[in-house]
Design a protein around this ligand. Structure first.
Ligand SMILES: CNc1ncnc2c1ncn2[C@@H]1O[C@H](COP(=O)(O)O)[C@@H](O)[C@H]1O
Length: 348
């Protein structure tokens, strides 16, 4: 590769990629939301929801903590509130990741009941797992997809236990772990200690949103989160050197979402200031991730391209970087072997 041309977007797209931090509802493209809105409007001409292309204007990516979370509760959840919309959007999300060269994805989603349509949290999870299974069984598909269930920081301790119940019920049906997500400005995480202890005791994997904002990066909160023995951590922004050392010592995988962090102003500065620059020089598994490609509009190929551009990586270094998440996938040996073999046989 001595004289290989510099990394460009087509190369980053062709590169096999592993996506470990993608919220299902946040990964729905505006075009897909628009298609759902068109269908819903045909069924119900009195539909009281704006066109997604108006509610979430094309090109707008500057959502921050105060505007980002309401986008889901006040809009997208209302639009995607029946099983056909959930099936349609999940299929599209899988197609979009695969078309971008992703070969392995662990999507995550918060179990959602929709009482007005008689949909339980169990129905919601089962519906998504059916779509994932249908995708994985299709031999021509080059990407395999698995599911992480999220506990939202707005959940009560009992609701968190319900998520764990579902994760355990469907652990042989495609659920590989449990996440803690939601507005980092809300909630007291110690409420979920029993729930995550149950996840760990059952042998399921744990990933946690970690120190996304200064308020959720207190020593108290981070000590509680680390006491649950997470396998991976998302964002990892407001982390002082003593927590960095613990993460390194315990070799916990880090899921880094550059575009989200820059556009949502979760970090100070821009791409070249991102803490990817710190973690890339450690030996922990590093995974570049999209977080919410439907909102921040940067597919995984672009995240790799941005890393190459802002941190001076050549093609060989990018291929190496793309393999770093394999050590921290939640599925185990057979998928790990498949991914290692994919990279071994891949040539540009
Ligand atoms: C900025 N980064 C983030 N930090 C924390 N939580 C986030 C997030 N991005 C998304 N979510 C969580 O994922 C839900 C949408 O997908 P699902 O309905 O679960 O599939 C949001 O409601 C939010 O709680």
């Amino acid at each position: 590769m001595a004289n290989a041309p510099p990394v460009d977007l087509p190369f980053a797209r062709r590169l096999p990629k592993v996506e470990l931090h993608a919220h299902l509802t946040g990964s729905i493209s505006r075009a897909c939301l628009h298609a759902i809105w068109e269908t819903r409007r045909q069924q119900d001409p009195d539909l009281q929801l704006d066109d997604p292309l108006v509610a979430i204007p094309p090109g707008k990516v500057d959502y921050h903590v105060q505007t980002f979370f309401p986008l889901f509760s006040s809009y997208i959840y209302k639009l995607c509130d029946d099983l056909p919309s959930i099936v349609f959007s999940t299929r599209r999300v899988l197609e979009d990741f695969q078309a971008d060269g992703v070969v392995y994805v662990e999507l995550r989603t918060t179990p959602r009941a929709i009482p007005s349509r008689d949909i339980t949290k169990d129905d919601y999870v089962k519906t998504i797992l059916d779509v994932l299974r249908e995708h994985n069984e299709q031999k021509s598909n080059t990407m395999r997809a698995f599911l992480i269930l999220s506990i939202d920081r707005r959940n009560t301790a009992a609701e968190a236990q319900e998520v764990v119940d579902l994760a355990l019920k469907y652990r042989n049906g495609g659920v590989v772990g449990v996440d803690l997500c939601g507005n980092p400005a809300k909630g007291d995480v110690s409420l979920y200690t029993d729930a995550f202890n149950r996840v760990k005791a059952a042998g399921l994997k744990i990933t946690l949103h970690f120190a996304e904002i200064a308020d959720s990066g207190t020593d108290d909160e981070l000590n509680t989160l680390l006491s649950w023995q997470p396998d991976r951590l998302g964002h990892v922004i407001h982390v002082n050197s003593s927590f960095q050392e613990r993460i390194k010592k315990e070799n916990i995988g880090v899921e880094l979402c550059m575009s989200c962090n820059v556009h949502a102003k979760l970090i100070t500065g821009t791409f070249s200031d991102h803490h990817f620059g710190f973690w890339r020089d450690t030996s922990v598994p590093v995974a570049l991730c999209t977080d919410d490609v439907g909102v921040f509009c940067s597919p995984l190929s672009q995240e790799y391209y941005l890393a190459a551009t802002h941190f001076g990586l050549d093609r060989a270094q990018l291929i190496e970087l793309a393999q770093r998440p394999i050590a921290s996938i939640f599925t185990g040996a057979s998928e790990r072997r498949r991914l290692e073999s994919t990279f071994k046989h891949w040539s540009d």
